[in-house]
Design a protein around this ligand. Structure first.
Ligand code: UTP
Length: 300
């Protein structure tokens, strides 16, 4: 298989320490936090599978049990639901197991997102692959991953997802200096700057947790020294690829204007849960009417 082949594999790093969410993440990865009625990671696996990526590799950390258990069968619960004739719950429980072909590899020490992605090298081999971060949810009604896969096939390089943020927010993200390509729906990345101050930021375009990467990224990551926070940063490796011409070089950006929910810190997480619950068919109507009366009584 050549590096220009269609993307088949998804890598989901879930080995971070989740310090912003302690103590909830003391014994459980933050990717397992429930968003309405499913762990965040289930939305992400579903997104990968919907984009045609049946082969999913999770990079796990010290608390991998909960993740593996969630995507495994639960015979006792399933038998109980079957005996009760609760077909709806039975199908909800089985859904996670039937999603895709899920593999696991341990990261060992959490030495950064770049280090986590490098752990996927053997499983991925020499073909382009997607990376989806488990704390970034993309609304299933909006298209992103398939567009990124198309851009990867067209350019032969690597692709990141970008959103426009308020200039004051850019210091929470990796920021992209971009060049518009006439007549194309994507941009070329000139430079990436990790968490710049608003004054230093070259744009208001922030990198979010979806990537489609050329396999050359592995060799670059192997030679990437620890950067910010003494961690091996994926952004630093992408910066190297962005400066490279020819096969495997070049980094491109797809600007996403759809619905995205960040579940990586407490406030964003709460907003994500409320937004998605308000949208849900069964919970939405009651929750919306409760919220209306609740907010009417909040102190100004
Ligand atoms: P984050 O920086 O958001 O995750 O990494 P974190 O380190 O768990 O969070 P905080 O800042 O301490 O609260 C982005 C993604 O990369 C994964 C995380 O699990 C998350 O999905 N990651 C990060 C790893 O898999 N390994 C690492 O060493 C670091």
């Amino acid at each position: 298989m050549t590096s220009a082949s269609r993307v088949r594999k998804a890598v989901i790093p879930a080995a971070g320490l989740g310090t912003r969410f302690l103590p909830a993440t003391k014994a459980m990865p933050k990717e397992m936090l429930p968003v309405v009625d499913k762990p965040a990671i289930q939305y992400v696996v579903q997104e990968a599978v919907s984009a045609g990526l049946q082969d999913v590799l999770m990079i796990t950390g010290r608390n991998k049990r909960a993740l593996e258990d969630h995507f495994d069968r639960v015979p006792v619960t399933e038998q109980l639901l079957e005996a009760k004739g609760d077909a709806e719950k039975l199908s909800a429980v089985q859904h996670a197991t039937d999603l895709g072909d899920i593999h696991y590899v341990r990261q060992g020490d959490p030495k950064g997102l770049g280090h986590a992605v490098l752990r996927a090298k053997t499983h991925v081999g020499n073909e382009p692959f997607a990376v989806l971060l488990g704390d970034d949810l993309i609304d299933e009604r909006d298209e992103l991953l398939t567009t990124m896969i198309e851009v990867q096939a067209k350019t032969g390089g690597s692709v990141v997802a970008l959103i426009e943020v308020e200039p004051s927010q850019i210091s929470s993200y990796g920021c992209a200096d971009v060049e518009v390509i006439e007549g194309e729906g994507y941009v070329r990345i000139r430079q990436l700057v990790e968490k710049p101050s608003p004054e230093e930021a070259p744009s208001n375009l922030a990198i979010i947790g979806r990537y489609v990467l050329h396999p050359d990224v592995f060799q670059v990551l192997e030679n990437t020294k620890p950067g910010r926070g003494n961690e091996i940063q994926l952004t630093d490796a992408l910066q190297t690829l962005a400066a490279r011409d020819g096969d495997g070089g070049g980094v491109y950006g797809v600007i996403f204007r759809g619905r995205r929910y960040d579940t990586g810190d407490k406030l964003s997480y709460l907003k994500a849960v409320v937004t998605l619950a308000c949208d849900s068919e069964d919970l939405g109507p009651d929750l919306r009417s409760w919220l209306t009366s609740f907010t009417a009584h909040l102190p100004a």
